[in-house]
Design a protein around this ligand. Structure first.
Ligand code: SPV
Ligand code: MG
Length: 405
C-alpha cells in the first residue's frame, strides 16, 4: 500500500484539513505530521495549544492512520522516516516563501519516484473565521504578554525588530523570508525610544511622554499579534515607573527594558561624546525592586540595561551591576556597546554566563553588526534586538523621493 504524507501546522481543524485527509485517503495510507513547536515558531505560526495536544487532535481525525512529529519545516526528517509516495499539501504553497519548501520536498522525493500532490486550497467563510479567531486569540493581552517567556523556553535566540507605528508593526509581523533553504522571521517587536521619538521629529531624550509612547503601543497592538519589548528609557522616577509597569502589563506588553542612567538621558550611541550620568547601583536596584513589586502578573519581565561599556566604566563595573540588578529582581540583563568589534560584548556574556547560567541576556548589535545570531547564542545571548534599522532605512529613502519629485 502507498503512503500519503501531509503536514499540519494548525491548532484548529477546519474544512480545508478534512479535505486534505480525504484526498490523501484516495492515494493510500494517511500519515499526518505535527509540526513541532520549534519549527512552528520559525514558520510564523505561534502555537496556542501544546505539541502533545496537537498530536492528540490529529490522531482523533477519521481517516488518519498515523501521526508523527515533524521537526524540520523543510521535511528532511520526515521524508527519511516515512519515505512517502505522496506529499499532499494545499496549493497555496506554490507561491510566496513556502514555495521554497515545496521545491525542496519535490526535489528529494523525486529521487525515489515520490510525487507532490497540490490540493486546491479551501478558503470559505468558516475557514476565514477560524483564521481570524486564532489571530485574535494571539493578539489578546493575556496571550501576547506571556509569549516572550514562552519563546525564551522554545527557541535558541529570540529576534526582535523595532516598530514605531502600525505600519512598521505590520512589517515585523508579516515579514517571512527564505534564507539558506529555511524560512525565517522575527519573533517579537521592540518599541524603540529612538524610533518613536524620531517618528515625531524629536530627540531621544525622554521628551516624548509616556502617554504618547502608550499611544504608539496601542497603534501597534491593534494590527499585530507578536510580543512586545518596550524601551522604557530610564524608567523615570520610581514613583512613576510603578504605574508604567502596570499600564504596560494591562496593554499586553511582555517586557520593559530600563537603562541605568539618571538625569537627562541621551541616546546610547552618543557614548561619552555627550554628558550622561549613570545611576548608582543602589538607586537603580531600588527602581527594579519597586517595579517587580508593582507588577500583577507572573508573565511580565523587567530587564535591566547596563550602560557601563557605553560610558567606558569598564567590564568589572558592568558585571557588578549585572549581579546587583539580578539580585534586585531583574528578569534579564541587556548589555550595550557602541564598539564595532563585538569583543567586549562577548567577554561580558561569557563572564556573566559563567556565574549565572539562566538569566536571559539581551544585546543590540547596531554597531557590532558583523556578528551572527548563532555566534551570539553560542555566547549565551537569548534575545537580539534590531533596534533602529527600519527607521534608519526609511528616512533616507523618503528624503530621496521628496528630492526626486
Ligand atoms: C533605542 O532603540 O531607542 C535604544 C537602542 O535604546 S540604542 O538606540 O542603540 O540606544
Ligand atoms: Mg532607547
Amino acid at each position: 500500500m502507498k503512503t500519503a504524507y501531509t503536514c499540519f501546522c494548525t491548532d484548529v481543524i477546519h474544512d480545508g484539513h478534512l479535505n486534505i485527509i480525504n484526498e490523501s485517503r484516495k492515494l493510500g495510507r494517511v500519515v499526518v505530521g505535527a509540526l513541532s513547536d520549534k519549527a512552528l515558531i520559525r514558520f510564523n505560526k505561534f502555537p496556542t495549544i501544546s505539541q502533545e495536544e496537537r498530536i492528540k487532535l490529529y490522531r482523533s481525525l477519521e481517516g488518519v492512520d498515523e501521526v508523527v512529529i515533524q521537526d524540520d519545516m523543510m521535511y528532511d526528517d520526515v521524508i527519511t522516516l516515512v519515505h512517502p509516495d505522496y506529499v499532499v499539501h494545499g496549493d497555496n504553497w506554490k507561491e510566496g516563501p513556502e514555495k521554497a519548501i515545496r521545491d525542496h520536498v519535490e526535489q528529494i522525493i523525486k529521487t525515489y519516484g515520490g510525487e507532490v500532490v497540490d490540493i486546491p486550497y479551501t478558503y470559505n467563510e468558516k475557514v476565514k473565521k477560524i483564521d481570524l479567531q486564532l489571530r485574535e486569540k494571539l493578539a489578546m493581552p493575556e496571550y501576547r504578554r506571556k509569549r516572550l517567556r514562552q519563546l525564551l523556553e522554545m527557541t535558541p535566540i529570540v529576534k526582535a525588530m523595532e516598530a514605531h507605528s502600525g505600519l512598521t508593526g505590520l512589517i515585523v509581523e508579516k515579514t517571512v523570508v527564505e534564507h539558506e533553504g529555511k524560512l525565517d522571521q522575527f519573533d517579537a517587536m521592540w518599541i524603540s525610544s529612538l524610533c518613536d521619538s524620531t517618528a515625531k521629529g524629536k530627540p531621544d531624550i525622554e521628551l516624548v511622554d509616556m502617554t504618547s509612547r502608550f499611544r504608539t503601543i496601542d497603534d501597534i497592538t491593534e494590527v499585530t499579534t507578536k510580543p512586545i519589548i518596550f524601551d522604557g528609557d530610564t524608567g523615570g522616577l520610581t514613583e512613576h515607573f510603578v504605574y508604567t509597569v502596570r499600564s504596560l502589563e494591562k496593554m499586553g506588553v511582555s517586557a520593559v527594558i530600563i537603562e541605568d542612567k539618571t538625569g537627562l538621558k541621551k541616546n546610547s550611541l552618543f557614548g561619552t561624546e555627550v554628558e550622561q550620568t549613570q545611576a548608582s547601583i543602589e538607586d537603580f536596584s531600588a527602581k527594579i525592586a519597586a517595579g517587580k513589586k508593582a507588577q500583577l502578573t507572573d508573565d511580565f519581565m523587567i530587564i535591566a540595561r547596563i550602560e557601563s561599556l557605553i560610558l567606558e566604566r569598564g567590564m568589572e563595573d558592568a558585571l557588578e551591576r549585572a549581579r546587583a540588578f539580578v539580585k534586585a529582581g531583574a528578569d534579564g540583563i541587556m548589555i550595550h556597546s557602541r564598539k564595532k568589534d563585538p569583543a567586549e560584548i562577548l567577554e561580558f556574556c561569557d563572564k556573566f554566563r559563567s556565574e549565572d547560567p539562566k538569566t536571559p541576556i539581551v544585546v543590540v548589535p547596531s554597531s557590532f553588526n558583523t556578528i551572527t545570531e548563532s555566534e551570539l547564542a553560542d555566547h549565551g545571548v537569548n534575545i537580539v534586538i534590531y533596534a533602529n534599522q527600519l527607521t534608519r532605512s526609511a528616512f533616507p529613502a523618503m528624503q530621496k523621493t521628496a528630492e526626486d519629485i
